[in-house]
Design a protein around this ligand. Structure first.
Ligand SMILES: Cc1ncc(CN)c(N)n1
Length: 225
């Protein structure tokens, strides 16, 4: 569960209502294997190859969220999203550097089915039919899964291998945790005055993201060779 915000809101309610799915997404066997130090390096490389492709698509999604921030909202709201977009530039450089270390040829990677499915979903969310409140909720949920997952690999007693610490700290840091909390606050604010239909849609999007995140981790562990 979110460790910063415990007060009641739509987003916290949805996390409680989907507790099992959330736990499956944030405590997947892939993450557990990093945490207990048993991860197979092949699985880690599979994840990295696929995630690089995902992040390239994710940039476009985040840019679309930025465009949807209502013009009459405080400037800081757009700044939060802009901060996320800027961070993705350094994330892409980080992927390239890590890929070099792991001898991964990113340009030769073919996106697998679950990755394609997730990227297709991002494209749907980018469209003008998806209103800002739904889009910002999606952005928050996507980042939350990575933050909660990788934070658990830094907990006391975890046996995360040294070579994976750079990855784990990228998404498991307190700084990123605070960023995800800012997104959650933006999401809850945006949900304050939406219709029942939009609220329902935003909740459905959260559930779908949790399912897609589970499939994404599965992809890294199920692949062979
Ligand atoms: C699949 C996935 N989900 C979330 C994130 C975090 N931006 C990511 N890099 N990849």
């Amino acid at each position: 569960m979110s460790t910063i915000s415990e007060s009641r809101s739509f987003t916290t309610d949805w996390l409680h209502q989907n507790h099992e799915l959330y736990t499956a997404a944030t405590n997947h066997t892939f993450i557990a294997s990093i945490r207990d130090g048993t991860i197979d390096v092949i699985n880690f490389k599979h994840w990295m190859e696929q995630d690089y492709h995902f992040v390239r698509e994710f940039v476009r999604f985040v840019a679309s969220v930025l465009l949807k921030v209502p013009r009459d909202s405080p400037e800081q709201d757009a700044d939060v999203i802009l901060g996320g977009l800027t961070a993705l530039e350094s994330e892409i450089s980080w992927f390239r550097k890590e890929a070099n270390f792991w001898q991964i040829f990113l340009e030769k990677v073919t996106p697998l089915e679950s990755n394609k499915e997730y990227c297709e979903f991002l494209k749907e969310l980018e469209g003008t039919e998806t209103p800002y409140p739904v889009a910002v909720v999606a952005f928050w949920m996507i980042e939350l899964v990575y933050n909660a997952s990788f934070m658990s690999c830094l907990e006391e007693g975890s046996k995360t291998p040294f070579e994976l610490l750079s990855t784990v700290k990228r998404w498991g840091s307190l700084e990123f945790h605070q960023y995800v909390h800012s997104l959650q606050q933006l999401a809850d604010k945006a949900l304050e005055n939406v219709s029942e239909a939009e609220l329902k849609k935003a909740h459905e999007v959260c559930v779908r993201i949790l399912e897609l995140e589970i499939k994404f981790w599965d992809m890294a562990t199920i692949q062979t060779g």
